[in-house]
Write a protein that binds this ligand. Structure first.
Ligand SMILES: [Zn+2]
Length: 65
């Protein structure tokens, strides 16, 4: 029975795809790709390019460590 899904009355489980996490993901230690992405994120922050920051955050979070 999947019909009872989607009643936000009592259970307020976090929805990762709709609610963006506020904390930036930490790059995996020793991972060159993550380090590069984090560095790029830093410069994206400097340029106030938040859509690029978000994109890089997604890539860091999804990168297998
Ligand atoms: Zn990585």
């Amino acid at each position: 029975m999947y019909l009872d899904y989607g009643k936000p009355e009592r259970t307020r489980a976090p929805e990762p795809l709709l609610m963006w996490p506020t904390a930036d993901p930490v790059p995996a230690p020793g991972c060159g790709v993550c380090g590069m992405l984090a560095e790029e994120r830093g410069s994206a922050y400097g340029a106030r390019d938040m859509s690029r920051v978000t994109d890089l955050n997604v890539r860091i979070r999804r990168h297998p460590s």
